[in-house]
Design a protein around this ligand. Structure first.
Ligand code: ATP
Length: 251
């Protein structure tokens, strides 16, 4: 049954090529675009990840898109979680593999990255706007490419078949919409997201910026995540550090 309150993916807009769908959708957001608008493209000439890292893709083979959310501030922290969770579930179902989440924003299968997510927020006249970008390796050959020297894989390599990208995008947006509806009604995806986190129990080195603007490095064990999705890292002295927008390197 269609979700009557369906918001996410009610409009899918396609462009053949662009610099980055993040910039395009941010512009549409400033012009008053409705929540749930999805902008997808075949090719990005300046696809990016966190910290301006490059997102690579074979033109026409993968899913590259951004989604506009206009959440109330209290639930904004769940957006990254529900997106990574929806992608992991999609990969499970379509490829028959158990996908894991590398905190905070990578979806991986056996240590190889299938998808990366990027969130950019802004506060404007229309309130809070969150543009969420997704790069999902669909039909490209990623195994031998190792972008950034790190292992990567595509859904077609896992499933040994090609996918119709538009169909897959529709399916993914339906999942995202369902999870977002739950969250808007007061639910949370934290327990399901925590279940998927491969980072828990691992030794990690975290670099982050403190409230005072100082850059800090902490080595310890990733113990848990809290209700805001922050990683709790316990260092050698036993002190627990909640890390929000940090960078985790698995040791
Ligand atoms: P990580 O956690 O993997 O170190 P990150 O989460 O900080 O990286 P992202 O913003 O998710 O980084 O994505 C950028 C990084 O992802 C790049 O630096 C590169 O290593 C890797 N990458 C780029 N393109 C792809 C791709 N198509 N598939 C998998 N990984 C990619």
């Amino acid at each position: 049954m269609p979700n009557e309150e369906s918001v996410i993916g009610r409009e899918l807009r396609h462009i053949e090529s662009t610099g980055s769908t993040m910039d395009d959708l941010a512009q549409l957001s400033r012009e008053g675009a409705v929540e749930g608008l999805v902008l997808w493209t075949d090719e990005q000439t300046a696809g990016r990840g966190r910290y301006d890292r490059v997102w690579e893709s074979e033109p026409g083979e993968d899913l590259l898109f951004s989604v506009l959310f206009r959440p109330r501030p209290a639930i904004a922290g769940e957006i990254n979680m529900l997106l990574t969770l929806a992608i992991a579930e999609l990969v499970d179902e379509e490829c028959g593999f158990e996908a894991a989440i590398k905190w905070p924003n990578d979806v991986r299968v056996d240590g190889a990255k299938v998808s990366g997510i990027l969130l950019e927020s802004s506060q404007g006249a229309g309130g809070l706007a969150v543009v969420a970008g997704v790069g999902l390796n669909v039909n490209s050959r990623m195994r031998e490419r190792s972008p950034g020297g790190l292992p990567a894989v595509s859904m077609s390599e896992l499933a040994e078949r090609r996918f119709d990208r538009e169909e897959l995008l529709g399916e993914l947006m339906a999942r995202v919409d369902e999870l977002y509806t739950q969250v808007r009604r007061g639910g949370t995806v934290v327990p399901a997201w925590r279940e998927r986190l491969e980072t828990l129990g691992q030794s990690v080195q975290v670099t982050f910026v403190t409230g005072g603007g100082e850059r800090k490095a902490v080595a310890g064990v990733a113990e848990d995540v809290d209700e805001a999705g922050r990683l709790i890292v316990r260092d050698e002295t036993g002190r627990a550090w909640p890390v929000a927008a940090g960078e985790v390197t698995l040791r």
